[in-house]
Design a protein around this ligand. Structure first.
Ligand code: ATP
Ligand code: MG
Length: 269
């Protein structure tokens, strides 16, 4: 099982939108995928049109091994795609696991045992950096972060990279890779063009190494992406996804290459 954590310090930058589209594309490519909505807001489930009830075992029972979390996983009605809803019962799960010495391993094993065996877990991580997110980031094979082209967003991305480097690197293993991609890009705006095209801007002069960590995938600011929240469907199910759909496909291709899940698969939709 591979785990991608979609994370950013800031709210409202497109984490949940990304999590839903990446999970949907992975499932469409035949990977048995779990979208783990670790945010109590429940946006990922909302965007998929799945209403999460408050039933199921409590986080405490699950973390202590008293009950299985299997009952909490919801079939989204789409082939290969399940959802762990961000219902309140799971709000404290990462925190409870963080309290254990083997935090990341425990979380990984728990996610891996949630139902059937998943090829991929896509975790929608709440904004901010705390013990909960630290546990999830330490567990991940890859941290994926939407970067809005603005100097302050670059600063936040830089803090995230430093945090992950510091918390996950060890003597025996390299740090968990953090990959940024451009999100909500409006090419009519000069600053967006300057940052995305990577030249002349003073924001880059201050951060020469950061540029290498942002892959050349550009998700445009597009009303069709916003429509996901009105129609409660992933972008692939909305007609005329256009450039945004192409960009999300590029993102999935880049990410699946990095974690070794690319290539044809017998379960392809
Ligand atoms: N590329 C885009 N173009 C236009 N609107 C977008 C795009 N990406 C996301 N949005 C919209 O921006 C809003 C925030 O997106 P989203 O909920 O994915 O962000 P988030 O980072 O998960 O927020 P939070 O921190 O609150 O969880 C939503 O209304 C979403 O529809
Ligand atoms: Mg969100």
């Amino acid at each position: 099982m591979k785990l991608i954590a979609i994370a950013h310090l800031k709210g409202g930058v497109g984490k949940s939108t990304t999590a839903v589209n990446v999970a949907d594309l992975a499932a469409g490519a035949g990977r048995h995928t779990l979208l783990a909505d670790l945010d109590a807001q429940g946006s990922a489930g909302y965007l998929l049109g799945v209403d999460s009830g408050s039933g199921g075992p409590s986080a405490k029972d699950v973390a202590r091994g008293r009950k299985s979390a299997v009952g909490s996983v919801v079939d989204t009605g789409r082939p290969n795609l399940d959802l762990l809803p961000g219902s309140l019962s799971f709000r404290k799960l990462p925190q409870l696991i963080a309290d254990h010495k083997d935090g990341p391993e425990a979380l990984r094993s728990l996610l891996g045992r949630l139902g059937r065996s998943y090829d991929l877990v896509v975790a929608d991580v709440p904004a901010g950096l705390n013990l909960e997110s630290e546990t999830i980031l330490r567990t991940a094979d890859l941290v994926l972060s939407p970067v809005v082209p603005a100097p302050l967003a670059l600063e936040s991305f830089s803090v995230l990279c430093e945090f992950v480097d510091r918390k996950t690197g060890g003597k025996k293993r390299p740090p968990v890779p953090v990959i940024g991609f451009w999100a909500m890009v409006d090419r009519r705006r000069k600053l967006h063009r300057e940052l995305v095209d990577g030249d002349r801007s003073s924001a880059w002069r201050d951060r020469p190494t950061l540029q290498d960590r942002i892959i050349p995938v550009v998700i445009p600011y597009a009303s069709v992406v916003e429509r996901m929240s009105a129609e409660r469907r992933p972008l692939s199910e909305i007609p005329r996804g256009g450039a945004a759909m192409t960009a999300y496909r590029d993102l999935w291709r880049a990410v699946s290459d990095r974690i070794g899940l690319s290539g044809a698969h017998p379960n392809d939709r």
